[in-house]
Design a protein. Structure first.
Length: 153
């Protein structure tokens, strides 16, 4: 098997895997998966940045983990709210306010936290010495704000 055939085989396998996971999870699942990946990347880059500056401490690391746990709790609350809305919709004679079976709050919270994490990753990259284009920093902030408001941290 030559290289182009192997590349085509790999692309087909990746496409199959992504298609399978999308059918299994739907787009909400991808939003949550991206959020989790962004959380991990933020924690790792934050730890690297602190170590590089000689500021790393286990207390600060624990504080960061508690912060991540709070984000997960908020996402779970949003999911519970979406489930409650679905229960109300199924028990009502007619759809409530024209809402269908969607996970609006869960998706909104996952996207907002994802952009918050991406902004933090950019800040960590800057602390590590990487030049950060101002447009990227502003773009992430704009997307986060459009997804649900300002970050009050």
């Amino acid at each position: 098997m030559n290289a182009p055939e192997k590349a085509t085989e790999i692309k087909a396998l990746v496409t199959l895997a992504v298609s399978f996971l999308t059918a299994l999870w739907g787009w909400l699942g991808w939003a949550i998966a991206i959020f989790v990946i962004a959380m991990l990347a933020d924690y790792i880059t934050g730890s690297w940045a602190a170590r590089a500056r000689g500021e790393w401490s286990s207390a600060a690391a624990r504080e960061g983990l508690w912060h991540k746990l709070g984000e997960i709790a908020a996402l779970l609350v949003a999911a519970l709210c979406d489930i409650a809305v679905q229960v109300i919709l199924h028990s009502a004679e007619a759809p409530l306010f024209g809402l269908g079976e969607r996970h609006y709050l869960t998706l909104l919270v996952a996207v907002w936290y994802t952009f918050t994490e991406l902004g933090s990753i950019i800040e960590n990259a800057g602390r590590l010495g990487a030049p950060i284009p101002e447009g990227l920093r502003k773009g992430i902030a704009l997307l986060r704000d459009k997804a649900g408001g300002e970050n009050k941290e």
